[in-house]
Design a protein around this ligand. Structure first.
Ligand SMILES: C[S@@+](CC[C@H](N)C(=O)[O-])C[C@H]1O[C@@H](n2cnc3c(N)ncnc32)[C@H](O)[C@@H]1O
Length: 316
């Protein structure tokens, strides 16, 4: 078992070494940039809260920092999420892939980055106010309890965690567009809200909140516009949930498959229309924001979105 976990880590590093140069370009469509914007909003709120509490100071660890989106932005299209030149901010980042780290250094040469594995984070106990891990690194762990233990060790009591594991929907491969989650055949964990909450609670985190980014927007919207929704939103929510559950399991029933395919192609058409419009701060963002609010209203598991944002506090 130990060997296979190590082999897996090597394969992940190799995958991202190979992908590093193309990575930012692969994630520059309107919906991703809109998603980045939602990510930024949630991240900013946490950073502001922590800095208020700590007289403006912040120490942050970026776990699986990749090409350095947080300190360096995306491909000159998205501004950095954090001003790491600000002396009151102590930013450290690490990743298992040298290739990804070297792309991050190209964006910003003076970053404090190192190659390391999140199962054994190379920092002392109680070092950081905030642990952040954007777009998927946590899902690459086949021993998530060990990683959560590491998070809890290096984050200070009452510090915060912000992670974005891959979702159950990404795992199902339904209408997700390009994703490095699908590139490789490397085993991963795809999370529902319940699963990630269980793991974090067991690992001494509390106040765990999950927000989904990018559901089946068009489908949700259609359902919400129905009379049934006005009369009984919970019923509509159940219908939507069972539809999405089905799409996750579908393999053989061709009648059902046909029906779902046509819904999905309509959804994709909507999505194409969106991508031809202004990408950043534009419709991609407002669309995702609206969709995210609707999903919350309908109590749809954020694990059925394309990405999930999880925030949590470390207990005292
Ligand atoms: C989809 S990328 C996300 C990168 C970046 N956080 C972002 O928001 O764009 C996943 C990253 O997780 C890293 N990763 C996967 N397993 C890791 C591990 N065990 N330790 C450290 N980094 C890991 C990969 O090398 C890759 O850079």
């Amino acid at each position: 078992m130990i060997t296979s976990v190590h082999e897996n880590l090597n394969r992940v590093a190799q995958l991202y070494d190979d992908e590093a140069k193309a990575y930012d370009g692969d994630y520059s469509d309107a919906l991703t940039l809109g998603g980045d914007n939602l990510f930024r909003g949630h991240f900013q709120r946490i950073v502001n809260k922590l800095r208020q509490r700590n007289d403006g100071l912040l120490s942050i660890i970026d776990i699986g920092c990749g090409t350095g989106i947080i300190p360096g932005g995306v491909n000159y299209q998205v501004q950095p999420f954090l001003d790491t030149d600000d002396p009151s901010i102590c930013y450290r980042g690490f990743d298992i892939s040298r290739g990804m780290l070297s792309e991050a250094r190209k964006k910003k040469s003076r970053l404090d980055l190192l190659q390391a594995d999140m199962h054994s984070i190379p920092f002392p106990d109680n070092t950081f106010d905030l642990g952040v891990s954007g777009y998927g690194p946590f899902s690459y762990s086949l021993e998530p309890e060990i990683v959560v233990k590491e998070f809890a060790r290096v984050i200070r009591p009452e510090g915060k965690l912000f992670i974005m594991p891959y979702t159950a929907r990404l795992g199902s491969g339904i209408a997700t567009g390009f994703s490095t989650a699908h590139m490789d055949g490397i085993p991963k964990m795809y999370y529902t809200e319940k699963l990630i909450k269980n793991i974090l609670e067991t690992g001494n985190f509390q106040n765990i909140e999950a927000v989904g980014i990018n559901f089946f927007g068009h489908f949700i919207q259609q359902a919400v516009n129905t009379f049934a929704f006005k009369v009984n939103p919970k019923y509509v929510a159940r219908q939507i949930r069972s539809f999405i559950d089905l799409t996750g399991q579908l393999t053989t029933n061709s009648l059902l498959q046909g029906k779902i395919d046509s819904l999905l192609s309509e959804w994709r058409r909507q999505r194409l229309m969106l991508t031809s419009q202004s990408p950043y701060d534009g419709p991609g963002f407002t669309y995702l924001q609206r969709e995210s609010q609707l999903a919350k209203l309908l109590c749809i598991d954020p694990g059925l979105a394309r990405h999930m944002i999880i925030t949590a506090d470390l207990r005292k």
